[in-house]
Design a protein around this ligand. Structure first.
Ligand code: CA
Length: 367
C-alpha cells in the first residue's frame, strides 16, 4: 500500500531512483550476522554423525545466505564428548550435537528422546516428535537446563551386536561381558551379563583379545569400519536395544530465543532436513555394508531366537518402569511414549509390518 501511494505521488522514474538506494540500504543494515560455535560428542570425520553435524551447519549458512555461521568442533577439540550438555547449557558455546541418552545421569527423562529398548523405530519416533507430544515434552524436559533440542538424525534399527559365542537362550547372557551402554546395558545386566564401558578406541582390541565377549555398536556401515568382523564370528540381529536411535542438536535456549523468527525457522528446517538426510544415509550405507560383510568377509548373520527376545522384552519393560520412577517428568514422558507406541504399533502391524512380511521372501541374506 505504501509503495502504491508513493508511486502515485512521485511518479515511476523518481520512485525507482529512490527505491534502489532507500530499499537496499536498510536491508543490509538490518542483517545482523550470527557467528556460533557447535561442540559434538563425535570423533572427527565419523560418517553420518559428525559429518551430519557439519552438514547441518553448512546448510544453515547456505540457507541464511551467510547471516548465520556455525563453526563445528568434534569431541575433545573444544570440550570433551560428555561436556557438550554443560557447555551449551551454560552458554560457553551456543549449540551442540550428540544423543540425549548421554545425559541420563543429569536428566533421566532425556533417554526416551534417543531410543528405548523394544521401543519406537525411526518412523515411529519421528511421528512421536512431529505428529505427537514428543518434541513438546523434549522442550519441557530441557527448559530447566536453558536448552532447546531438535531431532537431527536417526540410525534406524541398529544391529544386535558382535558375539564370540552363539546366543541360544537367555541364560547365555549370564556372565557374558558385553560392551553395551545405556538402557540396553541395564537390560543385559538384568539378564546376568556384565556391562563393560570402554572408550571407542579400545573396543576392537578388547573384543579381539577376549577381554569382552560381545559388543554392540551401530549398523553394518559403522560396524564394518570398526573391523569387528575380524574379532567376533557371530553378527546378531535385530538391535532390540536401539530400534531407532535419534540424534540431537541442542541450542542454548537464551541464544535461540534471541534469534529473529526467520533464523529460528531456518535452524528448525535444517535440523529436520538433516534428520531425514541422516536416516537416508544410514539406510543406504547399511544396505551396501551388509552385503560386503556377508559376501566378502563371510560374516555369519544370526537372528536372536524368539524365546530369547521375549525374555529380553520382559526385562526391558521392567527396566523402563524403573527408569520412569526416577522423577515425575520421566513418568510423564514414559506414559506418552508408551501410549504412542501402542497406537502406532497397531497401525504398523497392518501397514509396514504386514508389507515387510509380504515382500520378505523376495530378499535373501546371502545376496
Ligand atoms: Ca548402539
Amino acid at each position: 500500500m505504501e509503495r502504491r501511494e508513493f508511486l502515485k505521488k512521485t511518479g515511476v522514474a523518481a520512485a525507482a531512483a529512490v527505491a534502489s538506494t532507500a530499499v537496499a540500504a536498510p536491508a543490509v543494515l538490518a542483517q545482523k550476522k550470527y557467528r556460533w560455535k557447535m561442540v559434538t560428542t563425535w570423533p572427527p570425520n565419523l560418517p553420518v554423525l559428525q559429518v551430519g553435524a557439519e552438514r547441518f551447519a553448512k546448510r544453515v549458512e547456505e540457507v541464511s545466505e551467510g547471516r548465520m555461521k556455525i563453526q563445528v568442533f568434534a569431541a575433545g577439540e573444544l570440550v570433551p564428548a560428555l561436556g557438550v550438555f554443560d557447555a551449551v547449557s551454560q552458554g560457553t558455546v551456543e549449540c551442540g550435537s550428540g544423543a540425549a541418552y548421554y545425559w541420563a545421569g543429569k536428566v533421566p527423562a532425556a533417554q526416551w528422546f534417543t531410543s528405548v529398548p523394544f521401543g519406537l523405530n525411526a518412523q515411529g519416533i519421528n511421528a512421536w516428535f512431529y505428529g505427537g507430544d514428543g518434541l513438546k515434552l523434549w522442550e519441557e524436559v530441557y527448559a530447566p537446563f536453558n536448552l532447546i533440542a531438535r531431532p537431527q538424525g536417526n540410525s534406524g534399527v541398529q544391529m544386535g551386536g558382535w558375539f564370540r559365542k552363539k546366543m541360544e537362550t537367555i541364560d547365555d547372557f549370564k556372565g557374558l561381558k558385553m560392551r553395551i551402554p545405556g538402557l540396553g546395558g541395564k537390560v543385559i545386566a538384568k539378564a546376568g551379563g556384565t556391562v563393560v564401558l570402554l572408550p571407542v578406541g579400545d573396543i576392537f582390541t578388547s573384543l579381539e583379545r577376549g577381554v569382552i565377549d560381545a559388543t554392540e555398536w551401530l549398523g553394518p556401515m559403522h560396524d564394518l569400519r570398526m573391523g569387528f568382523y575380524k574379532a567376533a564370528q557371530y553378527y546378531y540381529y535385530p538391535g532390540w536395544h536401539e530400534p531407532g536411535t535419534c540424534l540431537e542438536v541442542m541450542f542454548n535456549k537464551k541464544k535461540y530465543d534471541e534469534l529473529p523468527a526467520d533464523l529460528k525457522g531456518i535452524i528448525d528446517m535444517c535440523a529436520m532436513e538433516t534428520n531425514l538426510w541422516s536416516l537416508s544415509m544410514f539406510e543406504a550405507g547399511n544396505g551396501a555394508a551388509l552385503q560386503e560383510l556377508i559376501t566378502k568377509h563371510k560374516v555369519e548373520l544370526i537372528r536372536f531366537p524368539d524365546p530369547l527376545l521375549d525374555e529380553l522384552r520382559k526385562m526391558a519393560k521392567e527396566t523402563m518402569e524403573e527408569e520412569a520412577e526416577k522423577d515425575p517428568v520421566s513418568r510423564k514422558v514414559h506414559e506418552s511414549f508408551k501410549k504412542f507406541k501402542e497406537q502406532v504399533g497397531v497401525w504398523g502391524s497392518v501397514s509396514e509390518n504386514a508389507y515387510y512380511n509380504v515382500i520378505a521372501d523376495k530378499y535373501s541374506l546371502k545376496g
